[in-house]
Write a protein that binds this ligand. Structure first.
Ligand SMILES: [Zn+2]
Length: 176
């Protein structure tokens, strides 16, 4: 990763990026980061959105438009999601706990009673779950499942340390 000029550690950060970093965005959402993805956006548009919403631009471009000089942008390498996750985690706190955002929509998930998911998730899941989370935007349900173990492993590897127990009950997530 290129060094980021004049940017130290920030407390809680929210981000905006484009489709080129969509995979990274999903991984960051699992960790609790608020990462808006503007599909097909030009670099200028990312900076405008960042300015309007107080977000940091994540981009694979090294270019920083002069008129947006006061907008923070972190320039990231393409195709190095583990490295990017580690670097971002070392610089900024997520705005919510792990597994609290929909990885597809970036919307905060709502904790719901398993009965509310009846007919929409497999019965074996409902019988085993104390609670599930639901995305109010796409309607998807999330629960603890075997894919969570794979995702934890990926995140632990990326962060370079054991990563578990930050939250007692995590909802399941779909593998990518
Ligand atoms: Zn969603």
């Amino acid at each position: 990763m290129r060094p980021v000029a004049s940017v130290g550690r920030v407390s809680v950060a929210r981000f905006v990026t484009d489709s080129s970093l969509a995979f990274l965005a999903r991984r960051l959402r699992f960790l609790g980061y608020d990462v808006e993805v503007l599909r097909g956006a030009r670099l200028e548009e990312l900076f405008e959105a960042a300015r309007a919403e107080g977000r940091i631009v994540l981009t694979t471009s090294a270019r920083h438009p002069r008129r947006h000089a006061n907008v923070i942008a972190w320039s990231l390498p393409r195709g190095e999601p583990e490295q990017c996750v580690r670097a971002i985690r070392s610089r900024a706190e997520p705005s919510g706990p792990p597994f609290s955002r929909c990885p597809a929509c970036n919307v905060a998930l709502q904790r719901r009673h398993p009965l509310e998911a009846r007919g929409e998730v497999p019965g074996r899941v409902l019988r085993g779950a104390r609670s599930l989370t639901h995305c109010p935007s796409c309607g998807k349900w999330y629960w603890e499942g075997s894919h969570v173990a794979r995702l934890r492993h990926w995140l632990a590897t990326a962060l370079g340390r054991p990563w578990s127990g930050e939250q007692k009950e995590e909802p399941g997530v779909e593998p990518q």
